[in-house]
Ligand binder design. Structure first.
Ligand SMILES: C[S@@+](CC[C@H](N)C(=O)[O-])C[C@H]1O[C@@H](n2cnc3c(N)ncnc32)[C@H](O)[C@@H]1O
Length: 223
């Protein structure tokens, strides 16, 4: 992100706040948004422990109408947009609140993660690259409680084109090579056992670095 000191930054879908805290520690003036009050409580407590000031808001990232236009130098969103049903509106909102020339850095699970399918008892390649967006639903057991999840699988092109349609210019795409330290949480234990070489050699994360074009006159998401 370069030198962020003195810049106004917003974390969209901040979760427990680790990225917002890292930005604040690097000198940015940070706002963070999430719609989970549990996650926000964690984030507030962590920010206090780390002795940084962050302004937190409980809100959906598709409606940031409490924030003024052209306010932020940087918006980040780490591993959140796959949960968001309407990323067109989320991107229009990110565009609106960024200053002209402001940077939007966005990470999602790499769609290559979905070419292996652990859900079918017999592991096999399912060739399910999400050429068209698909909604994946599953549940995990935590201490006997079943928690439902959903995730929108979208292609690289879909994210790219939705960003550019919202008025962003995509400056960079990053596909970091997994390291032995990469947790590979996207894969089931069975996949890791059966296909460790393949799993370790697929990109885990896809990162877009986009910039708000100042001349692009977009429609507003709200109002
Ligand atoms: C996987 S966590 C990532 C958290 C954090 N960015 C990180 O990298 O650790 C996804 C977060 O997105 C939040 N989230 C999902 N959909 C959202 C939405 N529509 N509006 C606001 N927050 C959302 C969830 O509550 C959760 O905290």
């Amino acid at each position: 992100m370069g030198d962020v000191s003195g810049l106004r930054a917003i974390d969209l879908g901040c979760g427990a706040g680790q990225n917002a805290i890292a930005l604040a520690k690097s000198g940015a003036v940070v706002t963070a948004v999430d719609f989970s009050s549990n996650q926000l409580a964690e984030a507030k407590s962590l920010a206090q422990d780390e002795n940084v000031k962050i302004e937190f808001f409980n809100s959906d990232v598709t409606d940031l109408s409490f924030l003024a236009d052209d306010t932020f130098d940087i918006a980040i969103s780490a591993c959140t947009m796959a949960f968001v049903n309407d990323i067109k509106t989320a991107f229009l909102e990110a565009y609106r609140i960024l200053k002209p020339g402001g940077m939007f850095a966005l990470s999602v699970m790499h769609p290559m993660q979905y070419i292996l399918d652990g859900e079918k008892g017999n592991m096999h390649f399912c060739s399910s690259f999400p050429f068209n967006p698909r909604l994946l639903k599953w549940s995990w057991e935590f201490d006997g409680i079943s928690v439902k999840f959903q995730n929108h699988l979208r292609s690289i092109a879909y994210y790219h084109n939705t960003l550019t349609n919202a008025g962003f210019e995509v400056k960079k795409l990053l596909e970091p090579k997994p390291t032995l330290k990469t947790p590979h949480l996207g894969f089931s234990r069975e996949i890791m056992r059966e296909y460790p070489y393949i799993a370790r050699n697929l990109p885990v994360t896809l990162i877009f670095v986009a910039v708000k074009q100042s001349f692009h006159n977009r429609g507003k998401a709200h109002g």
